[in-house]
Structure formats: C-alpha cells, structure tokens
Design a protein around this ligand. Structure first.
Ligand code: COI
Length: 355
C-alpha cells in the first residue's frame, strides 16, 4: 500500500483552476502534482501537492551532472468517457530501464502507478475531450543530493506533472519538414541513447537551432559511427513506407524503444501490412523517395502521435518531398491508434487502463 499525503491547499487549487480554450503542447499545466523523495535507500510517502515551484540546493547534483530521467504518457477522456491511460506498464518498465542506466534507484510499481492514477483522478475534469487532445503526463526523477562530487547521488525526487495538451507541432501548416543532420550525432553505442534521460535531449538542442534556421521543424539523427543509417528524430521515432511496406529502424542502445512505435507495429501487422525493423540507409532512402518507391514517412511518439512528414532536406537547401505529404497509411494507422486510446473502439489489445 502506498502512503499518500494530500496537501491542504490542493482542494482550493483545483476549485480555482480553469482550463483555457487553446492548449498547444506542454504549456497548460493542471493544478496537481505528485511528489515522492528517496533518501537513505528508501522511498518516502507519496504527496499530492498544488502545482507550483519546487526548491532545491544550488549544489543538487542534477544541476551539474544531469542525473535525470523522464517519461511521457497520456490520459484520454474523449466524449466524457474514461479517463483512460495508454499502456502505463510500458512506461513504468522503461522508466526503470532508464533509471538503471543513469545510476538511479528503481521506482516501486505502486509509487509510479499511484502517482499517475491519483493525479489523473484528481484532474479528471481537466482532461480535454476533443479527439486528438489529452492530458499529457510527465513522470520524472532527478538527483537532489547536495554535493559537487561526481558520483551517483543518494537522494532523489520523483514527480509527476500533467499538462492538458493538443497537437505537439504548432508550426506544421506546411507539413512536418525534417532536416537530415549529417554532422552531429545524438547517441553512440554503449551510451545513453536508449534511455529517456534529459541529457539526450539537451545534446540535440544545438542541432534544433540549425534545423529551425534552415526552415525545418524536426531533426533526423543518423548513427554516430557511419552517419549512414537513420535512427530517430529529436523526440520521436520514425517510419517510412517503401513499396507499401512499413520500415522503421531496428531498436538498439542508441534508439528509444518507443511505446507508440511498438503499438503501431502490432496494429499495422494486424491490419495486413508488412513491417520491417531494420537498418535504413539514408542515401538509399532518398533514392527510394526520388524513384517513387518510398511514398510516405511519418514521426510517431506519445507527444507526436503519428504525424506525416512532408519532406526531408539537407543543409544546402535541397528538399526531397514525399509523394503523400499528408500521409495515407500513416493516417489510417493514426485513426486506428487514436480510436483505441480514446476508447472509441473495443480495446482487443488490453492497452487501456481505466482510472
Ligand atoms: C513524448 O513523446 O512523450 C516525449 O517524451 C517526446 C518529447 C519530445 C515531448
């Protein structure tokens, strides 16, 4: 049993809160957060608090050595049903895989699940109800131990915050354009690329600036050894459709094992599509697009859902447009996935947990 303490100010924070009409992604935080601290080898009680600033010492190790991990998950309440949470066990398992890689303690199953489920039940009224919108949940853990020595911390804080969210991409009126990053690398064999660690994303931000300056929306990372095989995008996995078959990079220690990615593979196969998980050579892919064999490509992730790619491009301004920039197979799969997540069709996969 998890020991849960409820902050006395929480009731008022919830009753005072109003969900704005326009959401965007990750800006509209709902009024509750969950928090649990780890010290002397033990997790303390789970607290539900009004959403607000947190304090820590300037020497907290996370601020210096980036000992931090996180997850992204969603709760749905379309047409007032639910709330439903999509595949929370997968997030729990991945969180602890990330924790191991970053020398952090495992979070017990009951603390992870109770944080998420309690937070969603307290904020059920703030889960958006329009299809494509959801309550984005962000569990995260960071090192709070106050000391500048480089060694694994012994004090941590685990938190869950929630944001009423719409589309991840705000600037895709012309479609999702993807810059092929041939210079920098995001992850290397033996490194932390498979972990959902904040540092992986920080390392991609200078490429994000270049991507934006060149007029693209997302960065496509290539493997660090040869800069030849596509890996993932800045915060999401990638699929391409070649000769009507789906292909996506094979999971390795440099690629995040996406939950949307694995759900889509199952959905696509059950819808009669062939799906290959394999190395995809960027130059062969460009040839396949030019020759009309590769007709569409798309990003997928918890935040991104499934978003078709309009064109790939290079630093010299060259653009390689996809034949179906608005997606075809991708949009069919997006609708199938959302229908399950939003509780609009029977969940034969048992992916949905009801709060
Ligand atoms: C997610 O899809 O949940 C992520 O963590 C990616 C991030 C770009 C928002």
């Amino acid at each position: 049993m998890t020991q849960i303490t409820i902050d006395p100010g929480l009731k008022k924070a919830i009753s005072d809160y109003q969900l704005p009409e326009t959401l965007g992604f990750g800006n509209v935080m709902t009024p509750v957060m969950a928090s649990c601290t780890y010290e002397k080898g033990k997790w303390g009680p789970l607290e539900l608090l009004p959403y607000g600033p947190i304090t820590m010492y300037p020497t907290a190790k996370v601020l210096h050595y980036a000992q931090e991990i996180f997850e992204g998950m969603k709760a749905y309440r379309v047409n007032g049903q639910g709330p439903f949470i999509f595949r929370p066990e997968e997030n729990y398992l991945r969180f602890n895989r990330s924790a191991e890689r970053m020398a952090m303690p495992h979070i017990p199953h009951n603390i992870f699940m109770d944080s998420v489920f309690e937070l969603v039940s307290y904020t059920a009224n703030f889960v958006p109800r329009r299809s494509g919108e959801s309550l984005y949940l962000r569990p995260f853990m960071f090192a709070t131990e106050e000391s500048l020595g480089i060694k694994p911390a012994e004090k941590f804080r685990f938190m869950v915050i929630a944001s009423a969210s719409g589309s991840y991409f705000s600037n895709t009126s012309e479609g999702l354009s993807v810059y092929i990053e041939r210079e920098n690398a995001r992850a290397f064999p033996g490194g932390t690329g498979f972990a959902k660690a904040g540092g992986n994303y920080a390392a991609g931000l200078s490429a994000a600036i270049k991507t934006k300056q060149l007029g693209f929306v997302q960065t496509l990372w290539l493997d660090a050894r040869e800069r030849k095989y596509i890996e993932e995008m800045s915060g999401m996995n990638v699929f391409v459709v070649i000769n009507n078959e789906l292909c996506t990079p094979k999971i390795s220690d440099t690629i995040l094992d996406g939950i949307t990615r694995k759900s889509l593979i199952a959905l696509a196969r059950d819808s009669g599509y062939t799906v290959h998980e394999k190395n995809i050579d960027i130059n062969e892919l460009i040839e396949d697009i030019r020759a009309g064999r590769c007709t569409e490509a798309f990003a997928c992730g918890t935040a991104a859902i499934i978003t078709p790619i309009n064109y790939f491009g290079e630093s010299d301004g060259e653009r390689i447009p996809l034949h179906f920039p608005e997606g075809k197979i991708s949009m069919e799969l997006r609708e199938k996935l959302l229908a399950i997540q939003e509780g609009r069709v029977a969940d034969t996969y048992k992916w949905i947990a009801t709060v």
